[in-house]
Design a protein around this ligand. Structure first.
Ligand code: OSB
Ligand code: MG
Length: 385
């Protein structure tokens, strides 16, 4: 068990990350991503970092933009954490931390950054890699990439790059009218590749039938075709599409995952449900682990989604991938080498032949470069305990 944690200081930085190649989804194209990083220092000298993989606007989900994350952190979450320490003098574990801000509705992205910094500290205190702390057992696994291109040519170019780098699974961003073009051209080029699509909520109950012809292309899954807050209509259209539906945006908690399983089970199509577990979307790794275990028990496949995270965030996700319940390759790497012109870790994460091997190094297994955080970032506020 973790020894108790007494906080000394919490700081929030906004780090400006520049993408090497623009990334396009159904909701927009991103080039530059300002990212909040939470830095926590304990009274016995441990320092933990947590990245909050926000975008510049709330087009993916409410509260996934950095403006709202910074407000939630400054006005509500940090004061709640401080109040807990003022009252009890310490934190016993991650559950204790989560209790301190449990009354705050939503703000999952913001909460996840504080929790990640806490996990980093606990792993260091216990001198363990995160994957061991989380009782993971798979040290080697395949990884995938997410391709966000505006045109067929851009998609094929990124895919060629990814395939040359050895990645084992391609996911491509689609929207109404682009689905067949993207899938057909990728399938022609790569008949045996694990292939899946992500619609990021761009279809409606009026046009979802555009997805039906995709059944003949042997896709692993169709990710979040409908509304970002919907589970019910997704379960309904899943009755008419053979390819499994994967939920991303609409799962915020273990309860949401349970509700989805309930509906797909009721329709007797549970083998058509897959869940993308994105830790920041569900408030952090604690909840993410519980979702993975629940889905594992139900036989529902899961994988780990990314948010164009820096190498620091990706390293947390790679450790999470060690859980035996995570059954499909995650979005862990950029299709074109590295996502950012300059990243925040001292050494880059390296995939060999489309796989990743976890080491016995403490915490994430890599070191954050504090000089880069200071160079690309600005300290916005801090709390002293
Ligand atoms: O829906 O998975 C998504 C990026 C930004 C917002 C939403 C999503 C994505 C990705 C990126 O697909 C995956 C990655 O980080 O490699
Ligand atoms: Mg997605």
């Amino acid at each position: 068990m973790a020894k108790k944690i007494i906080l000394k200081r919490a700081e929030v930085f906004l780090v400006l990350l520049n993408l090497v190649h623009p990334f396009t989804t159904s909701f927009g194209t991103y080039k530059q991503l300002p990212r909040p990083f939470v830095k926590i220092t304990t009274n016995d000298g441990y320092v933990g970092f947590g990245e909050i993989p926000t975008l510049t606007d709330p087009a993916y989900k409410p509260e996934s933009d950095y403006y709202s994350v910074l407000t939630s952190l400054e006005k509500f979450i940090m004061p709640a954490v401080k109040k807990h320490q003022d009252e009890y003098g310490r934190f016993l574990d991650v559950e204790d931390l989560r209790k301190s801000y449990a009354w705050i509705k939503g703000a999952n992205f913001a909460k996840s950054g504080v929790e990640a910094a806490f996990w980093d500290i606990i792993a260091q205190k216990e001198h363990k890699p995160l994957w061991k702390l989380w009782r993971g057992s798979k040290r080697v696994f395949s990884v995938g990439v997410s391709i966000g291109g505006k045109t067929k040519e851009q998609v094929l170019e990124k895919a060629a790059h990814a395939v040359a780098l050895g990645y084992k699974r391609l996911k491509v961003k689609v929207w109404p009218g682009f689905e067949l073009t993207a899938v057909k051209s990728l399938r022609e080029q790569y008949p045996h590749m694990l292939l899946q699509i992500d619609a990021n909520s761009s279809y409606t109950m009026e046009n979802w039938k555009l997805l039906k012809p995709l059944d003949q292309y042997g896709l692993l899954l169709i990710e979040q075709p409908l509304y970002d807050d919907d589970v019910i209509y997704h379960s309904e259209i899943s009755r008419h599409i053979k390819t499994p539906i994967c939920l991303d945006e609409s799962v915020h908690s273990l309860d949401d995952a349970k509700r989805a399983v309930f509906l797909w089970e009721k329709n007797k199509i549970l083998d058509r449900l897959i869940i993308n577990i994105k830790p920041p979307r569900v408030s952090g790794f604690y909840e993410a682990i519980n979702i993975a275990r629940f889905c594992g028990k139900k036989g529902v496949k899961t994988w780990i989604g990314g948010m164009l995270d820096s190498a620091w965030g990706k390293a947390f996700n790679l450790n999470f991938n060690a859980l035996k319940e995570i059954s499909l390759p995650g979005d862990h790497f950029s299709p074109t080498g590295s996502y950012f012109e300059e990243d925040v870790t001292k050494t880059p994460l390296v995939s060999k032949n489309g796989g990743y091997s976890l080491t016995n190094a403490v915490s994430t297994g890599c070191e954050i470069n504090r000089r880069t955080i200071n160079k690309l970032g600005k300290k916005l506020f801090s709390v002293s305990f």
